[in-house]
Design a protein around this ligand. Sequence first.
Ligand code: FEO
Length: 402
Amino acid sequence: MGSFTAEKISEKVYWVGAIDWGVRDFHGYLTERGTTYNAFLVIDEKVTLIDTVKSPFMNEMLARIASVIPPDKIDYIVSNHSEMDHTGCLPQMIALASPEKVFASVMGKKALGSHFHFGPDAVTAVKNGESISLGESSLTFLETRMLHWPDSMVSYLDTDKVLFSQDGFGMHLASTERFDDQLPAWILKQEAEKYFANILLPFSPMVTGLMKKLEELSLNIELLCPDHGPVWRSDIAGILKSWKEWALQPCITSAVIIYSTMWKSTGHLAAAICDGLVSQGISVKVMPLDSSHRSDVATAVLDAGALLVGSPTINGQMFPDVAAVLTYLKGLKPKNLIGGAFGSYGWSGEAVKQVEQYLADMSIPLVVPGLNINYIPCDDDLVEARELGVKVGIELNRRCSS
Ligand code: FEO
């Protein structure tokens, strides 16, 4: 099984997860700092495993469990979320431990059945608000549908005041440190925001609902345990506050310019637009798509009030990497943005209209009509591009101050 040890994180709870130092692509999300698959072992009369890990990491989890208790002593397994980074080795764990019960939400039972073709009695469905006794402690389940799957739920351990929040409040960050206060705050902010932008953004209204629900419940949370990244123990209030703000996507006087360019013409337009925005006091992030990953664009857009998109026309189409990023962003449904389109063309020039259509589909209003330049922009064209930036900047300032 290898040499891996569990880490005690509270009176009854051990971290028994796995560290994936090498993963860099998680469904198209650039995980530059790797990730962890967190699983937690609760030691009580009923020994309970909360979530499991991605299947290649099963032996690491087993070794950590075995450093506390023989794995076949597990009585209950709770699956808070059916996605396979947390359930990939669930069938093997069930075979190995023969637990009395495997618990999941009603939708979780369905999803696990569809993943692993379990029989009807393999998983016990728990209802929203239901509690089970583990002995001294009890575990209460709260459904968090569409955060970020229909099956998602969180579990609260009353004695140790631990909320096991599956993907919620997580981040992709591999580390030997288990707690938030052992890691630099700026890295936590960066990775938590990237995680929110790329995973939770489409479900922002549900996040707002969850945050209200947590406030109403007034749960006393001393440890917030996501399935990825560090356990929150020092800045629980901070991560809850950040989620609340990110879900609301307030007006921000920042802009993101993304573009591709063939012979630098669209790049020159991007630079002039940037200059115009800056003249209005707007903070600008320019992201050429040959060196900017789509998941970093998504994070930047969460921190912006305007999105400007530039593309040359190639064979009657926008550049493929522009189309790829727009497709990705459209699925993430960012809110409260204004936009603009620009580009250069040789003889037909369809790309700018195509970008405008994408922005319209994303409910991003255009401040001015798209700027479409033939071949290489002249000085007047660059003045016009700068003016586009000025107009977007003025409109963004107006929106954010109203
Ligand atoms: Fe970490 Fe949605 O799985």
